[in-house]
Each structure stands twice: as C-alpha cells, then as structure tokens.
Design a protein around this ligand. Sequence first.
Ligand code: NAP
Length: 319
Amino acid sequence: MKETIVVVHELYPELLDSLKQSFDIVHFTRLANDDDRARFREAMSHAVAFIGSNVPFDRALIEQSPKLKVVASVSVGVDNYDVETLKAHDIVLTNTPEVLTEATADTGFLLLMMAARRAGEMNRMVVNGDWKASLGRDQFGVDLKGKTLGIVGMGRIGQAVAKRGHFGFDMPILFQNRSAKPDVEQSLDARQVELEVLFREADFICVTVPLSAETEGLVGRELLSLTKPQAIFVNIARGKVVREQELIECLQDGTLYYAGLDVFEKEPLPADSPLRTLDNVACLPHIGSATHETRNAMCDLAAENLLNVIAGKAAVTPV
Ligand code: NAP
C-alpha cells in the first residue's frame, strides 16, 4: 500500500504527477474553508509527509499526526511551525533557502522604487482618468541614487537587497543584524549600526529579518519617529515584525513619509484596512518569491527534502 503525502500548495503539475506515482497524494491548493481543514486533519492522521506552505503547524496538529516524518515547507520563513514540538517528535522540518533570495530581493527593490516614485498613486491617477496635465511638484518622487539604504536583518535576502543598492544605485549601506558581519561590511562597504542609528540615518529602510519571538513587533512608533522627513520604509519580511496599527498612524500623521509593504499582520489584507486607502503606501499581495522560476525551484527543493527524509537520507536544507 502506498504511503500518504499531504500537499497544501500549487505544486506544478509534473511534480505532482511524479509524486503520485509513488504515493497517495491528498492535495489542497489551499485550506479555504472548514471542510478543507477537517479533510486536511483527517489526512494528516495517516500521512508520512507534508509539503506546502501557509499552514500553521501547532502542537495539536503535530500530536494528531503520528506517522509524520517530514514537514517540507515551500518557504524560507518557518514562523508557521512549532519547531520545538516537531523536534521533540523527531519530525524533520525543511525549508527552501537560497532559491528564493533573488526574487524576494527584487520585490524589495520594486517596493523601494514604487515608493520612491509613488508608482501606485501615479498608476491609479492614469487608470482613473485623473491625468489631466503634466505633473507638478506635488507629485514628484525622490531619487534613489546615492541615498543611504538601511537593512534590518543582513542575511541572504538582506544582502541581495543591499547589493542591488550598492552596485546598482551607489547607495551607502547601513545594516543591523543579530551577529557581526565583518565580511559584508567589507564586500559592500557597509556599516553595522544599532537599530536607532539605522532609522535615524537611512533614507530607505528595508526589513528582511525572520519573524521570531525577538523580532515580533520590532518596528513601531519609537523607531518610525526617528526617520528623516522623506524616509521610505519597506517590509518584505513578515507583517508581524511591524506593529501595523502604529505604522498606519505614523503614515497618517506624517511621522513616516512613505511605506512599501509586501507583508501584513493579516493576509489577505482585510477590506477595512486603512492601508488600502492611504496615498503614501505601496502595497503588494505577498509576492516576494512569486515568479514561475522561483516557485518551481522552491517546489523542487521541498520535494527533494521530502523524498530524502522518507528514504532515510539527510534533508538538503533542514531547518
Ligand atoms: P536569513 O538568511 O536567515 O537571514 C536572516 C537574517 O536576520 C540573519 O542575518 C540573522 O542574523 C538576522 N536576524 C535574525 N534574528 C535577528 C534579530 N533578532 N535581530 C537582528 N537580526 C536578526 O534569512 P533570509 O533567507 O534572508 O530570509 C529572511 C526572511 O525573509 C524569512 O525568514 C522570511 O520571513 C522573509 N521572506 C519573505 C518573503 C516574501 O514573500 N515577502 C520571501 C522570502 C522570505 P544571524 O546572522 O545572526 O543569524
């Protein structure tokens, strides 16, 4: 009898078909309603493996999945998983680092540029038929070239954003990181500073730190009120790294000039979120890694991790 794998993701069809040759696949594109969630829990009660994303793995789910050997996340962030409980149950957790770094850094830079040139507002003006004359000073944006870029969390994605700024736009780089990064200071001519210094001195700030107990709510009014008059703040990490209500208030009262956001406290963004109507924010629907090439590479790596663990081999990228 074939063993069961639970998939909660849009795996590309060829990969799904190849898994189906060796396993019973219970497939959800996403867990959209209570019925899906009930069927998901039932399938997990006899599954040996899970592959997917955006499913919170709490203690109860882990304890109700007695045959589970591997959780192959199609993401680099692992904030959805109770890592300690998985470890205590000898369940291997894997993620997909590296393969999504460049696409996510592109999204960071896209938001930096959208915010700098107020691209969301300008697009709405054209689409709504409000482009009636050549633009005036009230509609001008700001340059990137030569401005200081501050990175919060100088890991893989942070460094890829910083490289774009340093080599592409002559931007001096400041960064804050948990551990020292003398190699990055050298290769990008960057300066590691305290968070307050970064928020005070940077023209563009990009958050690329993982969500954890230490980083939840890291950015709020205290830091945002240190920013320069035309500072641009971008979050491509996780929504909960920022205290969203305080961010909204800072955008509303002018404490913060502009924000670019790929991630939010609640996703999809609720219908009544003021972020939907503020002019000085550019929002994207969590598209960090969402290119065909990158998502396929993430799926391939997750599947390789899963198959390795089931075959009794080491995962390629264990957490
Ligand atoms: P990474 O290589 O592990 O980098 C994370 C960096 O943050 C590391 O340098 C780490 O420092 C630093 N850090 C961790 N905790 C910190 C703290 N409390 N204070 C300061 N710095 C801290 O991870 P990555 O591949 O760059 O991914 C980063 C995050 O991006 C992911 O966890 C995920 O949440 C997010 N992400 C979002 C999208 C999207 O669609 N928007 C896509 C991919 C990833 P050390 O050097 O000391 O470890």
